[in-house]
Each structure stands twice: as structure tokens, then as C-alpha cells.
Design a protein around this ligand. Structure first.
Ligand code: SAH
Length: 273
């Protein structure tokens, strides 16, 4: 019952990936098998935006059809930011599976991106501040920036400098390029366990790697009324939703079982954990 953010199945396995969706009672993930769009993207699709854009739209429609996405805003942003611009060349972009991006890291599966965007939607309104810890390819940072707009602020923090550099190139090709240029979106090299104090407090914090425990600086940098979505645990992990109440107290609930790469030191990650 876990949505696997870690393993990369072979292309032949990708047509019916299990997808975690929330059950009606909100007590755990319901599994369903989605016939996904198993299509690889060519370099020309990366640049033309033609058929690639259509396939991106089809991917979002599939996620809606199978109940993973119900929010109009999440549909809009996932249609705006083409996933193909963020996966390594030759990687099937629209398959509902995590994909290797090098450095023992992965881009999360589309259903996990959708789930996290939806959990954070209320805290990603125009003008708000968002922090994406373990920003990897920059896909979610670009989505956050698009949602909070030019008056808001979206910060990505990633500890592999090469991924920071490639994520900036990815964003420059995407619909979020103008936000990067305008300065409301930025990606930084650093240890995300420390957060990014410069633009705190944040309305929304997303952590894209699993922490053994929630890092205190991230709780400190959450605004009262703010929400953090973070996978917590070692082998068995829960996607936790951390709400900071207006009195500064914190409420935590488990959303679903997940499997992410660890939130760790750069050395441990490069050694293979
Ligand atoms: N949301 C990203 C997920 C990438 S995988 C995406 O979908 O593209 C998790 C990322 O967390 C990896 O890129 C990894 O390098 C990064 N990471 C792990 N520990 C970290 C830390 N302590 N500080 C910053 N980034 C970290």
C-alpha cells in the first residue's frame, strides 16, 4: 500500500502502475490500477511543445478520471507546467511512475506531485510564500511559483549543485521561466533540513525526501496558518500533513503511506545511503 517514489520499474511495467488515492474516509490510500499513457518523449517534443503538451494534458486528464486530482487549480498548473521539460532526455515523461534523475534521486510520480499540490492548494494562493525542500528537477517549485504568482515567492532548496543547475535550465524552458527571471522563483544549493530562512515564514512547505523526524527549522519557518507536507519515516513512511495553528501549536496527521528517497546528507546520498 505504498506509492513508490524510489524504484524505477522498467518501461514494460509502466502501463498499469498502482496509484494511491485518498479513500472517502481519509483513513488511508485506496489502490487502483490506472492504464497510464506509456509514451516516451523525443527531444523535439521537449522544444516544440506540440504533441508533448497534448500528452501532458492527457496525463492530467487520466489523473482526474481516476480521482487523483479533483482541484481545478491543480489541473490548471499541471497542464501549464509540462512534465517532459523536467525529466532527463529519453525518459518517459508522462508515465505515472517515479523516474531516476541521477545522483541517487528521482522525480516523483505524477500522482504524488498531484497529491502534494492538492494538499497545499489553499497555501499556494497568489502572493503567498512556498518552500520546496529537495527540489530535484524543479518541477514542483515551478508549479508552486505559477500558483503563488509574481507577487508571491517560491524557493527551491536542493543539496546536489548539479541538480540545482539542471533544474534552473528546466525551469527556463517552462511556462515558469518569466517568474524565474522576475525573481519570484529561485532555486538554491543547500541543506534543506535547515529550510531557507531568508524568505520565511512560509505559507506552504513541501519536502520531497523522507525525514526520519520532521526537522525543527522547517516547523519554525512555517507561518501560523501555514501547512507543510512531508514524508516521515525510514523504510515505512507516511506522508504527513503538518498544520501550524494560529496560536503557533502544530497539528499533524498521516495522509497516506509513501516511499521517498531519504532526506539526508549529500555524502550519504552520493554513497547510495
Ligand atoms: N520533488 C523532487 C523530488 C526529488 S527526489 C522532484 O520531483 O523532482 C528528492 C530530492 O531531495 C533529491 O533531489 C535529493 O538530492 C534531495 N535531498 C535529499 N536530502 C536533501 C537535503 N538534506 N537537502 C536538500 N535536498 C535534499
Amino acid at each position: 500500500m505504498s506509492s513508490d517514489n524510489l524504484a524505477c520499474p522498467s518501461t514494460s511495467d509502466l502501463r498499469t502502475q498502482p496509484v494511491a488515492a485518498l479513500d472517502k474516509e481519509g483513513i488511508g490510500p485506496a489502490m487502483m490500477s490506472i492504464p497510464m499513457i506509456a509514451c516516451s518523449t523525443s527531444l523535439s517534443e521537449h522544444h516544440s511543445g506540440g504533441s508533448g503538451t497534448n500528452k501532458n494534458k492527457q496525463m492530467v486528464e487520466q489523473l482526474q478520471r481516476y480521482g487523483v486530482i479533483s482541484s481545478k487549480k491543480v489541473v490548471e498548473v499541471m497542464e501549464t507546467i509540462d512534465r517532459a521539460l523536467f525529466v532527463p532526455d529519453g525518459t518517459p515523461a508522462y508515465v505515472d511512475s517515479p523516474m531516476a534523475i541521477g545522483y541517487n534521486a528521482t522525480i516523483s510520480a505524477p500522482h504524488m506531485h498531484a497529491t502534494c499540490l492538492q494538499l497545499l492548494e489553499e497555501n499556494l494562493q497568489p502572493g503567498m510564500h512556498a518552500l520546496d525542500v529537495g527540489s530535484g528537477t524543479g518541477y514542483l517549485t515551478a508549479c508552486f511559483a505559477t500558483m503563488v504568482g509574481p507577487q508571491g515567492r517560491a524557493i527551491g532548496v536542493e543539496h546536489i549543485p548539479e541538480l540545482v543547475a539542471s533544474s534552473i535550465k528546466n525551469i527556463e524552458k517552462s511556462a515558469a521561466a518569466s517568474l524565474l527571471k522576475g525573481g519570484s522563483l529561485s532555486v538554491h544549493a543547500g541543506d534543506g533540513r535547515e529550510g531557507w530562512p531568508e524568505h520565511a515564514p512560509y505559507d506552504a512547505i513541501h519536502v520531497g525526501a523522507a525525514a526520519a523526524e520532521i526537522p525543527q527549522p522547517l516547523i519554525d519557518q512555517l507561518k501560523p496558518g501555514g501547512r507543510m507536507v512531508i514524508p516521515v519515516g525510514k523504510i515505512f513512511q507516511d506522508l504527513q500533513v503538518v498544520d501550524k495553528n494560529l496560536d503557533g501549536s502544530v497539528s499533524i496527521r498521516n495522509e497516506t503511506a509513501v516511499r521517498y528517497v531519504p532526506l539526508t546528507s549529500r555524502d550519504a546520498q552520493l554513497k547510495g545511503y
